[in-house]
Design a protein around this ligand. Sequence first.
Ligand code: SF4
Ligand code: SF4
Length: 414
Amino acid sequence: MPSTQPDTLLKLADRCVMCGLCAPHCPTYVKTLEEGESPRGRIALIQGLLSERLPLNERLQAHLDHCLGCRACEAACPSGVPYGQLIDGARAEIHARQPQRPRPRPRTLQALHTLAPQRGRLRLIGRVLRLYQLSGAQGVARATGMLRPLGVQRLDNLLPKLAPIRAWQTYYPPRGAAQGAVALFLGCVADIADQVSLRAALRLLTALGYGVHIPTAQTCCGALQLHAGEPDSAATLAARNAEAFRALSVHAILSTASGCSAQLSEYLPAADLGAPVMDISAFLDQITWPSEPLLRPLAKTIAVHDPCSLTHVLRQQRAPYRLLARIPQLEMVALPDNGRCCGAAGSYLLSEPAMADSLRDDKIAALRALEVDTLVTSNIGCAMHLQAGIRAADLAVEVLHPVTLLARQLNAQR
Ligand code: SF4
Ligand code: SF4
């Protein structure tokens, strides 16, 4: 994904007629009511920067940094302004002009950027973190307050209870009548923090008759790098993934994290891979399910959170609802104000903690009012951020991926 040239970016920005219809959809504008925190204001800042009318200073950088990249504005814009491309392009331009940015990033975020493409090292860290949780060291560290001076308290708060990080086979055959083959994308954070959803996806897919390929050469999707203004690093990762998946003969390449699904499907065309990249819910929603009952009933009401990547980028937010409706007796209620970002937004939850937590507080208040004990969401970043808020609010709500709930309800013979 080569970076968009400044003159092309300016032409794209010129499509904005400054009508402001996007403003009420923008979480940062709704929170602050500042023009510089609105999509229209940011587009004007980008135009000023690219045409050299405005200097790159801390204030301008802050307004662009505060953007979640949720793309609610893009979905709402009647003029078709490609806001996602604009903000990514502007960040790349800033990075190219000034690698030492006016506003430094937190160290934890820098470490995440370095480690994300290194699967082996990341999995090793995951195993150490699991030991840290199981040994009781996490409880001691939290109780003594030693995490705050080390600058890792926020990261520790986000850490879910880690499942065993086991090795993956390169292929899992289907159970029962074969329907075809798919490939599973593991992701970087999901491979250590969301093994439960990945294993649930595997169980569900093989039960539905799909063989599942998991190529070992796959790597991080590159979203972190792209949204941080490093399109060349993101392109390198896209090329590594294309190489890892291209030789497989599969119906689709599936991701359980909608953030990765959005990044991969925008930047890895099916023509390059031989198969489309799909979010797992969209795939499971479109295939033919067996006619015999596959799922056990679940008589309760759950809440559903719609990640921005699924809603505003992939525009497939109804897929998890249709999928979960396959569970007999299950009732679903959408989390109020689902079109508004929860504040996770990739690495935003680390780089802009005040806004991230403020947006999350609204979600937690809405969740509390629903009085449910389960929240499903299709993106690991949102799940971690919401789960940390749920813990802090002392709510007894379990956060699950839709496929985890489906796999739990599979009949025993499957
Ligand atoms: S981005 Fe679209 S909706 Fe927002 S001000 Fe520009 S033209 Fe209007
Ligand atoms: S991407 Fe989201 S936060 Fe950024 S300007 Fe658009 S609506 Fe606002």
